[in-house]
Design a protein around this ligand. Structure first.
Ligand code: GLU
Length: 473
């Protein structure tokens, strides 16, 4: 019988879900899905000072928006303190942990002496084998009895074999004076209890791994595989920060990205499959393995993310894209009842937009009157020479009884033919007239989507604008 693969994402709820965390979650999730295994969400909220409900909600919102689903959890470490403490008590009995009564002052002095000698600060094992007797209520911490000799070796699934001498590791505090278990210990017990087979996490946790392995071994627990994912750098090669690309997952939603684009972007940020760039979620689940994850840091690249977003806006079913667009239109605060279906907007504007926010911002004229003509566009295109083409195209458009794209197109084309002018001489003034600005999708499709009555009214408005301008000269 082969072992069931089980992975987890274990965020500390101290802020939003950022790209780094989202990528770690994605890799863990894909790995589980690839092998038909299970994925656990665990909230590591033991740091009571820094953990907030707001952050818990924000992390889950981010996961939900990305559609990264979990099979178990969310578990909360703060709800498992009894379990951690009972294991610590068992370890005290078994002798794999011991009580340490060293005072802060003693530890501080020790540290200073070690530093002065140019040594690494570490606990010297003073209480490890001490025979002194202590009363039950004397303040103490509990330390793990780390092996003194030998070394910890693990085969990192991304970075290869890693070996750390036990001499480098001192006796880790697993329970504080106030009785609360420490972070590294909780992680170990959770990974054990939750039967995690593969721990996939950020490289900032590499130093914790040998300590965690030693504790697992002392408990007689199975040791999972570990895979440490490299950092993400900003688009300037510096550590990722707010300034150079770091943003929360929800900020990408707000900026108009589709979850599919962000996921595709994140999966490629440190993983590859030949020179393929476009990966559907199914592709990812099918193809993702840890051996193709890169050891080196990856740099964030906003242009590539935009390129992917543009791709997905134009390749996912327009009905689906429209659902996301509708969220952005709601943000912009206008009503789309009196105008084309959003699916039409996606088809019309998809090619021109890198983000859905851009699309929502530039489709308003299909639904609402604009305040005024864009000054530059009007100056250029709503001039006296435009009067004749606008009047003739208005006549032809108003004569259409079956408002189809083909008929609208014919009306515009016939106007140009009759007046013996290029299409642009009709199209540009007409575009500015009906949209208020100089850019839009094809003018026939635009006029068609805006509708007959509304287009005619707007042409009248443009003609009035030209007349007023003439009168002023
Ligand atoms: N809670 C840790 C973090 O948010 C992750 C710990 C782990 O994955 O083992 O960085």
């Amino acid at each position: 019988m082969s072992m069931k693969i089980k992975t987890r994402f274990a965020p500390s709820p101290t802020g939003d879900l950022h790209v780094g965390g989202a990528r770690t979650a994605l890799y863990s999730w894909l790995f589980a899905r690839h092998f038909g295994g299970e994925f656990v969400l665990r909230i590591e909220d033991t740091d009571l000072e820094r953990s907030t409900q707001k952050a818990i909600d924000a992390i889950m919102d981010g996961m939900n928006w990305l559609n990264i689903d979990w099979d178990e959890g969310p578990y909360f470490q703060t709800k498992r303190f009894d379990r951690y403490n009972s294991v610590i008590d068992e370890m005290l009995t078994a002798g794999t942990a011991y009580k340490c009564y060293c005072s802060k002052e003693r530890l501080e002095t020790l540290r200073e002496e070690q530093m002065a000698r140019g040594e690494k600060a570490r606990y010297d094992g003073h209480c490890r084998d001490s025979q002194c007797s202590h009363s039950a209520d004397e303040p103490h911490v509990v330390r793990f009895r780390n092996p003194l000799d030998g070394s910890v070796i693990f085969n990192d699934q991304i970075r290869g074999p890693i070996e750390i001498a036990n001499q480098e590791l001192d006796d880790l505090i697993i329970r504080r004076t106030d009785g609360s278990p420490t972070y590294n210990f909780c992680v170990v017990i959770d990974d054990w209890d939750m039967e995690i087979t593969h721990v996939i996490r950020g490289e900032d946790h590499i130093n914790n791994t040998p300590r965690q392995i030693n504790i697992l071994k002392a408990l007689g627990a199975p040791v999972p595989e570990y895979a440490h994912v490299s950092m993400i750098l900003g688009d300037d090669g510096q550590k990722l920060s707010k300034r150079n690309g770091a943003a929360s997952v929800m900020q990408y939603r707000d900026a108009g990205y589709l979850p599919e684009a962000l996921l595709n972007y994140l999966v490629r940020l440190g993983w590859s499959h030949g020179d393929q760039e476009i990966f559907s979620i199914d592709d990812m689940k099918q193809l993702f393995t840890l051996d193709a994850v890169s050891k080196s840091a990856s740099a964030f690249n906003t242009e590539k993310l935009q390129w992917l977003n543009h791709h997905y806006i134009n390749h996912l079913p327009p009905e689906y894209v429209a659902v996301h667009l509708s969220w952005h239109i709601h943000e912009q605060g206008f009503n789309t009842q009196n105008g084309p279906q959003l699916v039409e907007i996606v088809k019309l504007l998809g090619e021109r937009c890198k983000t859905l926010k851009e699309m929502a911002q530039s489709c308003r004229y299909f639904y609402e009157e604009f305040d005024e003509f864009d000054a530059d566009a009007a100056k250029k295109h709503l001039r006296p020479v435009a009067k004749e083409p606008l009047e003739l195209v208005r006549t032809k458009l108003s004569a259409i009884s079956d408002w189809t794209l083909e008929n609208v197109h014919q009306a515009i084309e016939n106007t140009a033919t009759e007046l013996e002018v290029g299409m642009g001489k009709v199209g540009m003034p007409l575009r500015v007239a009906v949209t208020g600005c100089g850019q839009s999708p094809g003018v026939d499709a635009t006029v068609h989507a805006i509708g007959q009555t509304r287009s005619l009214t707007r042409i009248d408005r443009a003609l009035a604008f030209i007349a007023e301008r003439e009168a002023q000269q």
